[in-house]
Design a protein around this ligand. Structure first.
Ligand code: SF4
Ligand code: SF4
Length: 295
């Protein structure tokens, strides 16, 4: 069922950051790499950290060209101030020579259309970097968005596209995507063309609420989801609540990771692949994911 002709696309998400999503992504990819070729993609481009866990060597680096932003040509500008009055994002800097604060510009092009002197241009710029790296478990595609830059949904799509190309090149049977947190545009982009989403949650009331929001999102896009409860034994009452909720909605729990105090230390010491109770349960959840997609 895992074939290079039709690689399984798995996206690991969570309603918010800090639930162990990246650890689960890395360990699942490690488990898969023991039997098949795998490509990992870090689509948490606003706060990437998979590259910290994985020892990697960058093979290729390319520019991410983001949305167009306004630029004022001082030769043409008559300093009438109209763009300053119109810009709702306070991106025009007033003065003898008007200019654009790139980090505030949202690229709406209102100033471009309004300028009586045709002094505003909308220009593309390099807004981030995309990398293809080699790791001990397979190819790894990751990216950074420069500080203050937005439009991470577009960057996520480019990372995923490149991961697909790399998977084809190396004959990978699976692509594991560490998705963006939350329920906004970047996570929606992370979920595009996914076969299965693996939702990592934790037994807190906010974790429970975030999980429900993210399940609603995957349902909306008709993407099947399975759940992993991280540190489930830290609050068994809320874990039971999560399980009951999932049972009622017909959603399978594929992993219940116990709290393992050795894991934070392993992460801090960058000793990947991880060992111990938590790592073993993540690996066991892969067997249940396989059974789920086969079933
Ligand atoms: S609207 Fe045009 S001419 Fe007027 S300040 Fe802005 S850029 Fe200059
Ligand atoms: S493009 Fe829009 S956001 Fe950017 S400076 Fe012009 S009016 Fe402001």
């Amino acid at each position: 069922m895992l074939t290079a002709e039709n690689p399984l696309r798995l996206t690991v998400i969570s309603g918010k950051g800090g639930t162990g999503k990246t650890t689960v992504s890395a360990q699942l990819a490690y488990r898969i790499s023991r039997v098949k070729r795998v490509v990992l993609a870090d689509c948490d481009v606003d706060a990437p950290n998979l590259h910290v866990i994985l020892k990697h060597r960058v093979l290729e680096e390319r520019d991410f060209v983001g949305m167009k932003k306004a630029k004022i040509n001082p030769e043409k500008c008559s300093s009438c101030g109209l763009c300053y009055e119109l810009c709702r994002f306070d991106a025009i800097v007033e003065g003898e020579n008007y200019s654009v604060d790139e980090t505030s510009c949202e690229g709406c092009a209102l100033c471009y259309h309004a300028c009586p002197e045709k002094a505003v241009e909308m220009v593309e710029g390099v807004r981030g970097k995309i990398f293809v790296s080699e790791t001990e478990i397979g190819k790894f595609v990751h990216a950074i968005l420069f500080p203050g830059e937005e439009n991470s949904g577009k960057l996520v799509m480019e990372v995923k596209e490149l991961a697909k190309v790399e998977a084809k090149k190396c004959g990978a049977a699976a692509i594991v995507v560490d998705g963006a947190p939350g329920v906004g545009c970047p996570v929606i982009a992370s979920l595009a063309n996914t076969d299965l989403s693996v939702v990592v949650t934790e037994p807190t009331l906010s974790g429970y609420s975030d999980m429900r929001r993210v399940i609603d999102l995957t349902d909306h896009f008709r993407i099947k989801s399975v759940i992993i409860i991280n540190k489930y034994d830290l609050n068994v009452e809320v874990s039971n609540k999560i399980e009951n909720y999932c049972r009622d909605r017909g959603i399978e729990i594929v992993g219940k990771i116990p709290f393992d105090e050795s894991l934070p230390e392993q992460i801090a010491q960058l000793s990947f692949p991880f060992k111990g109770l938590a790592a073993e349960e993540i690996e066991a959840s892969w067997e249940r994911i396989l059974a789920f997609i086969s079933g």
